[in-house]
Design a protein around this ligand. Structure first.
Ligand code: HEM
Length: 461
């Protein structure tokens, strides 16, 4: 017979076993954060523009990892470079996932992207960047106030060339219009938390079980919209890709990311699945490569408008190195101030705010963080290079970083070499100081602002 002591011991072991196994099944605890409201979460506390202001306060209260919610969606913020590096570089195998939309066959997908955009591959695209930079100069001379659209045309043209070997003609170019439409829709869907009922109540996603939600149901318009979106998003994946395949098969094609993978040097033929992934990669290039470049170039013009003495220092270096010739990519090695200027724009006007919004305003790495000052990166004790975070971390790092930096460099130098940027003048003859406001979707942009971009009168080309 067992003694009562034995029974008690067995009972205690069983209870402990159940507690331990129950706890091990519980999800890991979520980080702390501000108390959300029942329906809207922390939306009321999120600033519409400089989000890092709220993030900094929350970080002081809750530590470098905290969480906020918007209409039921949870956002975890890593508010220090150390934490981001530890989790996203050191443990990237568990912390690099994205929403399902982005996870599609990720290994092959990333391999293709990185091999198509490494430094050697990017060499092949210098010519197109150069040609499109000339078109940009012509456009800026013709209609300078339209500078943001000109940047969009530039970025679209180089990326469509890179992805498909397509040459953009005019502003109403077929593929530019198609890809822009798809991009805007994507931003609308994934960039505005809680806009769609499906975001707020994920169970409304158009799965067979919930198809019963009628499209006339309040908030159910996502279903109608989803059909429209699907048409555009399928078209943007398929139409340029089919065109590229057709020209590649005809033998009369411009080398591109698509041709590089459809006709690999080892003669390997893609199977149906690889073909699908390649199609998806090519359209991801547009999504990743255009808006980011436009955001950077817009910030560059804003900074040049606000800080004429920085513009002068930068232009002096450009003139010293290139004189009246065209800039070359190798000129970067001889332009430390321009490199510092580009780094400071990356820090001061972060392009991918969800990844990097707080790091640029981190006082430990950047004393007096609000000040725009390229000298941070010059001299014997340079401050942290913002490219360590602006292009993301670990497995999710931007595959287009080399391409982006080359493209940005050539345009910054070209514009400084050809134009003077200054404040616009109002009807009373007074200078208009542009108000810098950021708009957030997936990327962060400075809102359109007035300025004057005029061809230089002090230089003969
Ligand atoms: C200033 C310019 C750019 C910045 C700051 C930037 C930044 C980033 C960041 C932070 C990510 C990772 C996003 C995440 O963690 O989910 C990313 C992804 C990506 N970028 Fe860039 N990017 C730039 C330009 C470009 C260009 C020019 C291209 C193409 C030519 C490009 C292609 C991509 C692609 C395809 C992805 C997705 C990669 C994946 O899904 O694994 N980017 N970019």
């Amino acid at each position: 017979m067992f003694s009562s002591f034995t029974w008690l011991t067995v009972a205690a072991i069983v209870v402990i076993y159940f507690i331990v196994s129950y706890k091990s099944k519980l999800p890991a605890p979520l980080p702390p954060g501000p108390k959300p409201k029942f329906f809207t979460g922390n939306l009321h506390q999120l600033p519409k523009t400089e989000r890092w202001v709220a993030f900094k306060d929350w970080s002081n209260l809750y530590g470098p990892i905290f969480m906020y919610t918007v209409f039921g969606r949870k956002f975890i913020v890593l508010n220090s470079l150390k934490v981001a590096n530890d989790l996203l570089e050191g443990r990237s195998n568990i912390y690099s996932d994205r929403a399902l939309f982005w996870m599609y066959h990720k290994i092959i997908y990333r391999k293709l992207l990185h091999s198509g955009l490494n430094a050697r591959a990017v060499n092949n695209y210098y010519n197109v960047m150069d040609q499109e930079a000339c078109t940009l100069t012509e456009n800026l001379i013709a209609t300078p106030d339209d500078f943001i659209n000109h940047f969009r045309r530039y970025a679209g043209a180089v990326v469509l060339h890179l992805a498909y070997g397509w040459t953009v003609t005019g502003t109403k170019d077929r593929f530019v219009v198609l890809t822009k439409e798809a991009f805007d829709l994507t931003m609308e869907i994934i960039g505005t938390p809680g806009k769609w009922m499906v975001d707020v109540f994920p169970f409304c996603a158009p799965r067979p079980k919930v198809r019963f939600i009628p499209s006339w149901f309040p908030g159910g318009s996502f279903k109608r919209k989803a059909e429209e979106y699907k048409k555009v998003l399928v078209a943007v994946d398929q139409i340029p890709y089919d065109w590229a395949k057709q020209t590649i098969n005809s033998g009369n094609y411009i080398p591109s990311f698509t041709s590089q993978h459809l006709l690999p040097e080892d003669g390997h033929k893609l199977d149906a699945e690889e073909d699908d992934i390649l199609k998806w990669c090519s359209s991801a290039l547009y999504a990743g490569g255009t808006d980011t470049t436009v955001a950077f170039m817009t910030a560059f013009i804003a900074v040049m408008t606000l800080y004429p003495s920085i513009q002068e220092t930068a232009r002096r270096e450009v003139d010293q190195v290139i004189g009246s010739r065209k800039p070359l990519f190798t000129d970067q090695n001889f332009m430390p101030y321009i490199s510092a200027l580009i780094k400071e724009i990356f820090r001061w006007a972060p392009i991918t705010p969800l990844d990097t919004v707080t790091q640029p305003r981190d006082e430990d790495n950047y004393p007096n963080p609000e000040e725009f000052n390229p000298n941070r990166y010059l001299g014997p004790n340079p401050q942290l290079d913002p490219r360590k975070f602006t292009f993301g971390f670990g497995r999710r790092v931007c595959p287009g970083a080399v391409f982006a930096e080359a493209s940005i460099f050539i345009n910054v130098v070209n514009i400084l070499s050809h134009f003077t940027i200054s404040k616009a003048i109002d009807a009373n003859g007074a200078e208009i100081v542009p108000k810098i406001e950021f708009v957030y979707k997936v990327t962060s942009h400075i809102k359109p602002f007035p300025c004057s971009i005029k061809p230089r009168t002090d230089k003969v080309f």
